[in-house]
Design a protein around this ligand. Structure first.
Ligand code: GDP
Length: 308
């Protein structure tokens, strides 16, 4: 069985850890979000690609939600001592720093992001393929009261506190799917849209020309998993962002967001009432315990979503 996972960071990482306990990890191709990638300290940080890589390698700091377990932050601390402003709000562990530095060195030599991502996952012993959705820089930007900032700055520096008026995926028009993205979707027996932030993690993948069309064509094989339980995100600003940007944070809102590309939406048991009262016609709704409190819970969810 060939499986594709459309993935952001935390929600995707937890789901993929469960999924790779159910199927052979080599049968899974992850199509990763690059919208939160950011240049900091002169290195190119790809938070979502790295979270997924570290999670599948078993080294992810799942309590913090990013980076590698047990990291020291000596480089960042030294930069802070030098008065580097970014070090006040952006943290990178020492090994994580090396991953980003390695990526940057190869990018500067002209190597493609997809090939570098492949080298990184192999170095960490990850058997699933991880492909950034595009080679091009495609940056999720949000408009706040006093102008545009990158999503990563809004998320990390501003702690997702300000009100968002608008969201855009800068660079999407000229982006192209990285090699392997379209063929993986075409060859898939099952595509998962991971329980990631729909606007900040999934949409920047769907806007890459060609991706949405391919998913539409195999919609009956596509299963989206809700990142919300009772209208609330488990972590992060997905619920607030949805409300602020006019998308109801509920099964109904998710159904309308995914119905053209997903045949099935998995929502939490606790949302049964909301589903019944809102009369969702499409996609088909399946109930499950979607809270991945540990790897066993993630495995259960993945197994159910796989054998629907
Ligand atoms: P980010 O880029 O690291 O924010 O990554 P994601 O977009 O993948 O992850 C954030 C989303 O994951 C949030 O909307 C959370 O609600 C969702 N999430 C985190 N843990 C869980 C969980 O245990 N179950 C479900 N269903 N969603 C989760």
């Amino acid at each position: 069985m060939k499986i594709v996972a459309i993935a952001g960071g935390v929600g995707a990482a937890k789901f993929l850890r469960g999924l790779t306990r159910v199927v052979d990890a080599r049968d899974v191709t992850v199509i990763g979000n690059v919208g939160d990638n950011i240049w900091v300290f002169g290195v190119y940080v790809a938070p979502d690609l790295d979270i997924v890589t570290y999670a599948l390698a078993g080294v992810w700091d799942d309590e913090r939600g990013w980076g590698i377990k047990g990291e020291r932050f000596s480089v960042r601390d030294s930069l802070r001592a030098f008065g580097v402003k970014e070090a006040e709000w952006f943290a990178l562990g020492d090994q994580d720093f090396a991953t980003c530095l390695f990526r940057t060195l190869l990018l500067k030599k002209g190597e493609k992001l997809s090939s570098i991502t492949d080298k990184i996952r192999k170095k960490f012993g990850v058997r699933s393929r991880i492909i950034p959705v595009t080679e091009q820089e495609l940056t999720t930007m949000v408009r706040l009261d006093n102008g545009w900032v990158s999503f990563e700055e809004y998320y990390v520096r501003l702690r997702s506190e300000p009100l968002i008026h608008k969201i855009e995926y800068k660079g999407w028009e000229s982006s192209e799917p990285a090699e392997g993205v379209i063929s993986a979707i075409r060859e898939a027996d099952r595509v998962f849209i991971c329980p990631s932030n729909p606007l900040a993690s999934i949409a920047p993948i769907l806007v890459v020309p060609g991706v949405r069309e391919e998913l539409k064509a195999i919609r009956h094989k596509v299963v989206a998993v809700s990142p919300l339980v009772k209208g609330k995100a488990i972590k992060g600003p997905a619920d607030r962002m949805m409300a602020q940007l006019g998308l109801e944070p509920s099964p109904k809102g998710l159904a309308s967001f995914y119905k053209d590309i997903a045949g099935t939406l998995v929502v939490d048991e606790l949302d049964r009432e909301s589903v019944v009262s809102s009369g969702i016609n499409e996609p088909r709704i399946v109930f499950s315990d979607t809270l991945m409190v540990n790897e066993n819970a993630a495995e259960r969810l993945a197994r159910q979503a796989l054998y629907l």
